[in-house]
Design a binder for this molecule. Structure first.
Ligand code: PMP
Length: 369
């Protein structure tokens, strides 16, 4: 296969070429079944095998303990902004840590269903830092605390999940891990529920992953739609309604690809973490030493997945982007709400891709003098 350009999209995002090729080979006939995965009944034996393998591979990859359920849903991260309070709030207060655009969106949506309040916020510094957990003003007894563990637009990542118990809070932590799921291991002792869309690190759009502790299931508000009640979804093994079958199949192939990844003595998600740290360091180190480019996020909470950066002279943005495209570096334009550039370095982005980006940035800087 001729090499493809490097794709830095924030999502839907690049997928491993091996996964796409494998799927192409099975497009018309999945393993002698005579059918494409898209044409199979979700209740048939064939799809049953695909779903089961995807779930158990994911459980192994993320080391999800037995007392958590894995749910394959639809509606994306934004639907979960409603589905989580509908299932977990139980009529009590819920607390939000505001770190950027996505947690703000989650807060606004939760207010439609629950008494949601802000426990901490970095709005004052333009979403460039992470409020220290010991400064969070957590309510007396919230039903949960919401944290976006990677802010895709602002480029902020929580590198160590907070231990709410040590802050005197017994409520479960809910994390939106949409944009860094499977980029590093998860400490499930600190998490009650994690949700995320698949279209960044797991597969194509259309699939939403929810990992939820069993005791948090079964408390939905009466107005919660049945298809969004975690108990209905869990009791029906993610098949109450027709699940996004092809997206689950593609995510399943990605899980197998992830399991095969090795970096030094690490394998799977730990290998990805080592690789992702090296990729992010390469780009941030280059940006930091350059007078031409800038990243505004505090170094201690910079995202390994989404690197927003700015040309100090913004009049050169268009030239930067068109030159990048010509050099085979795609989708580097920043989110419209912040402008500038953004390089997303999800699992499918190899170190060589980041090196190609740095080489291009250096070259562009030199030719603009
Ligand atoms: N949360 C985060 C952190 C995201 O990055 C996104 C999508 N960019 C969403 C939520 C919304 O996801 P969706 O578009 O799948 O609803």
């Amino acid at each position: 296969m001729t090499p493809r350009p490097y794709n830095f999209s924030a999502g839907p995002a690049a997928m491993p070429a091996e996964v796409l090729q494998h799927a192409a080979g099975e497009m018309l006939d999945w393993q002698g079944s005579g059918m494409s995965v898209m044409e199979m009944s979700h209740r048939g034996q064939e799809f049953g095998r695909i779903l089961e393998a995807a779930e158990s591979d994911l459980r192994e990859l993320l080391a999800v303990p037995d007392h958590f359920r894995i749910l394959f849903m639809q509606g994306g991260g934004l639907a979960e902004n409603a589905i989580v309070p509908l299932n977990l709030s139980r009529g009590a207060a819920v607390d939000f840590v505001i770190t950027g655009s996505w947690s703000l969106k989650s807060l606004k949506e939760a207010r439609r269903y629950a008494q949601a309040r802000v426990a901490a916020s970095n709005e004052a510094d333009g979403h460039t830092s992470l409020p220290e957990p010991r400064t969070w003003q957590i309510s007396e007894a919230p039903s949960y605390v919401h944290l976006c563990s990677n802010e895709t637009i602002n480029g902020i990542e929580v590198h160590e999940l907070p231990d709410l118990k040590s802050l005197g809070c017994n409520a479960p932590l809910v994390i939106d891990f949409s944009s860094h799921v499977a980029s590093r291991p998860v400490d499930w002792t600190r998490v009650g529920l994690a949700f995320g869309g698949a279209q960044k690190n797991l597969g194509p759009a259309g699939l939403t992953l929810v990992v939820v502790r069993e005791d948090l299931i079964g408390h939905a508000l009466p107005i919660c739609p049945s298809a969004f009640d975690y108990k209905t979804v869990a009791d029906n093994r993610s098949m109450y309604n027709t699940p996004p079958t092809y997206a689950i199949y593609m995510a399943g192939l990605t899980f197998q690809w992830l399991k095969r990844q090795v970096e030094g003595k690490h394998q799977g998600v730990a290998a990805m973490e080592a690789r992702n740290m090296a990729k992010a360091a390469l780009l941030y180190d280059f940006i930091d030493q350059s007078p031409f480019y800038e990243n505004k996020v505090a170094p201690s909470c910079r995202s390994r997945m989404n690197v927003p950066f700015f040309l100090r002279d913004e009049s050169r943005n268009e030239a930067f982007l068109s030159g990048a495209k010509a050099a085979g570096l795609l989708q580097l334009k920043g989110h419209k709400s912040v402008g500038g550039m953004r390089a997303s370095l999800y699992n499918a982005m190899p170190l060589d891709g980041v090196q190609a980006l740095v080489n291009y940035m250096r070259h562009f800087e030199m030719t603009q003098a």
